[in-house]
Design a protein. Structure first.
Length: 644
């Protein structure tokens, strides 16, 4: 129950959108088109409309919702399948759902084993992930990706088996799908749109039940696997004046001129209208009047309007909601315990739950799943920058509290948001910690790794060019190692990093990017481009005196020569790298080089020298307790078996 000091909460009415509601009702009666696509700018009410659709869905239909603002869904295909199966379980065979859970557990177990194996393989392979854990010049990388696809297909097959027992029509809602267009979400997005969504529709249709789906996104997604006649694009316009006036009137705003003025300045932008509605509801001694509104804008300017709204929120919201609204944007997401820890001065044990429930009712707070919430990104980007520039001590205090709350008591991995707050506090030190975490081979290919990139790309951080360059470089490596089919995206990220490193005059960074670009080009079998990139990187490594980078380029060039069956050149380049590794006492790299040079000797039918190289590599690995000892031992056994 709300305390007497809090305003009585009035649930916001749903107004307007008759055209869209009619389209949805019609969709449910059609076999084609079966996919309704709602597009519109941020804050224009797409998610609210989907929730309204759900309430209007006949009770004899099954409903499932995927909210891609939920980080766990947009970074892990198995989480998506799990969420769907759970929501469908009341309408399907219990036995098939239990079978799905078994397959899901087995799939996750297998993925964990693959990640463990990859972390060992990458130690031997190229430091930029060796073409996705390749140990034999590219073939093994494709194999690892194929294993992952097979695991996903296995779990998806179990979901399809469950769907075939569905005993009623099905409606699937996919919300905030713009997240699937971001660099780190593209692989999941293509799978959802090209495979999962049409696959679900096909299986439901096979049961004789109807299947409809609704997508909400700021931009039109790519739907190449779904025929055009099966799609129903429906751009979402601003709210009409009658809808805005109805909304405000329902809240108690009787002044017709005020309602008209609000429509004129907002142009019917749903989020802005709803926030002004909050200000009206929360008015205390000072009434909300025409004087509170800015001059009429000839053209709707969302940012300018939000700046006005931010000022009014600061002036008119009653404490502590004014402070929680202003400073809560410093958190990427929150639940009640997190909010209490960071803003302890605004909560007591007696009123914490009431205040939390009041806060999350505000229209600028979005539910993102698992009892977590987030401030609308438009508000976050606007207010966080102002706090950082105008209230640096406050910025520091709340980020310090968040960091302390998220610091684990044991040595388990830090939550991904820990790095966000660390970077916000001290960009240089925080980015260094983030850099180390992203390069931790145990996280390769995991949802946790994708989450690390998401926090580094948070718009409120405003990183300097060097940090942006480092971020783009590591994102390129991540995309290269995890998403083999998306090498173009990895190259785009590398090119961005290259431009930024050149802007700041970081020749070592430039060299590392060029070498990484060569790895991608080599993987694509674009050997001339790869050799050109390696040669440019080699020149830069020599200029800055980086002998390790120089040796790595020789190794990379030698691998290209091996692919070209230019064995003598490959041997020369590998030997040059070997001598440099020995000179600088880079024992780890030396063991790795010996592994590759053994491949050259084997191709030259010199089994004896190949064995010698592997034996030396094995000795180094055992002395340093490197994680690929078993791999080297297996290779040695294979070579010895083939020795006459």
């Amino acid at each position: 129950m709300a305390s007497p000091s809090q305003p009585l909460y009035i649930p916001p009415p749903f107004v307007g959108r008759q055209r869209e509601q009619k389209a949805y009702r019609q969709l449910l009666t059609l076999s084609s088109p079966w996919l309704l696509i709602i597009t519109g700018q941020g804050g224009n009410g797409k998610s609210t409309l989907l929730r309204q659709f759900a309430t209007q869905t006949p009770p004899d239909r099954a409903i499932a919702t995927l909210q891609f603002a939920n980080e766990a869904l947009r970074t892990d295909a198995l989480n998506i399948l799990d969420k769907l199966a759970e929501q469908l379980s009341p309408y399907c065979s219990e036995q098939k759902y239990e079978l799905f859970e078994t397959m899901l557990q087995e799939g996750r177990k297998q993925l964990a084993e693959i990640s463990r194996t990859m972390s060992q393989a990458i130690y031997v392979g190229n430091d930029a992930s060796l073409q996705g854990a390749s140990l034999s010049m590219g073939g093994e990388g494709a194999s690892v990706r194929e294993q992952r696809l097979q695991i996903r297909a296995m779990v998806m097959k179990a979901l399809y088996a469950q769907i075939r027992t569905l005993h009623r029509p099905f409606v699937l809602f996919l919300d905030t799908c713009e997240w699937l267009g971001e660099l780190e979400g593209q692989e999941i997005g293509r799978w959802v749109f090209d495979e999962l969504l049409p696959g679900i529709h096909e299986r439901v249709q096979q049961t004789g039940q109807g299947c409809s789906a609704v997508i909400a996104s700021r931009v039109m997604p790519s739907l190449s696997a779904i025929e055009k006649h099966e799609q129903w694009p429906l751009p979402l316009p601003m709210l009409e004046q009658t809808a805005v006036e109805e909304y405000l009137s329902t809240l108690g705003m009787q002044d017709a001129l005020l309602r008209q003025r609000i429509y004129e300045i907002t142009h019917g932008h749903a989020l802005c209208v709803s926030i002004i509605g909050v200000l009206w509801q929360e008015q205390q001694e000072q009434p909300f009047t025409l004087a509170d509104l800015p001059h009429l804008q000839e053209k709707f300017n969302e940012r300018a309007l939000l700046e006005f709204i931010q000022e009014r929120l600061d002036q008119r919201l009653k404490p502590p909601f004014r402070e929680l609204t202003r400073y809560g944007v410093l958190l990427r997401n929150f639940d009640l315990p997190f909010l209490q820890a960071v803003f302890s001065e605004y909560f007591s044990e007696a009123d914490a739950l009431d205040r939390f429930h009041q806060l999350i009712r505000y229209p600028y707070i979005e539910a993102i799943g698992n009892q977590h919430y987030a401030f609308h990104d438009l508000l976050r980007e606007l207010q966080a920058v102002e706090i950082r520039e105008q209230e640096p001590e406050t910025w520091k205090r709340y980020h310090q509290r968040a960091l302390a709350y998220l610091t684990p008591a044991t040595q388990t991995p830090y939550p991904s948001d820990w790095y966000y707050h660390a970077i916000a506090l001290d960009e240089e030190e925080g980015m260094s910690d983030w850099w180390n975490a992203v390069q931790n081979l145990h996280y390769t290919g995991t949802p946790y790794m994708r989450a690390l990139f998401e926090v580094a790309f948070d718009e409120t951080l405003q990183l300097n060019p060097l940090s942006q360059a480092q971020r783009a470089f590591l994102l390129g490596r991540f995309l290269y190692s995890s998403y083999g089919p998306y090498l173009d995206t990895a190259l785009q990220s590398y090119e961005q990093a290259l431009t930024l490193f050149r802007q700041v005059g970081d020749r070592l960074g430039e060299a590392n990017v060029l070498q990484a670009m060569g790895d991608v080009q080599q993987f694509r079998d674009d050997r001339d481009a790869a050799l050109q990139s390696y040669e440019q990187a080699l020149t830069l490594f020599r200029q800055v005196g980086d002998r390790l980078g120089e040796a790595n380029c020789y190794l990379a060039q030698g691998r290209v020569a091996l692919k070209q069956e230019d064995y003598q050149n490959a041997l020369t380049l590998h030997t040059e790298a070997y001598q440099l590794y020995r000179h600088i006492q880079a024992s780890y790299s030396q063991a790795r080089l010996l592994f590759y040079r053994s491949l050259v000797y084997e191709a030259m039918n010199d089994q004896k020298q190949a064995i010698t190289d592997i034996e030396e590599a094995l000795t180094i690995a055992q002395q340093l307790n490197l994680p690929f000892i078993d791999l080297l031992q297996n290779r040695l056994d294979d070579l010895q078996k083939g020795t006459p």
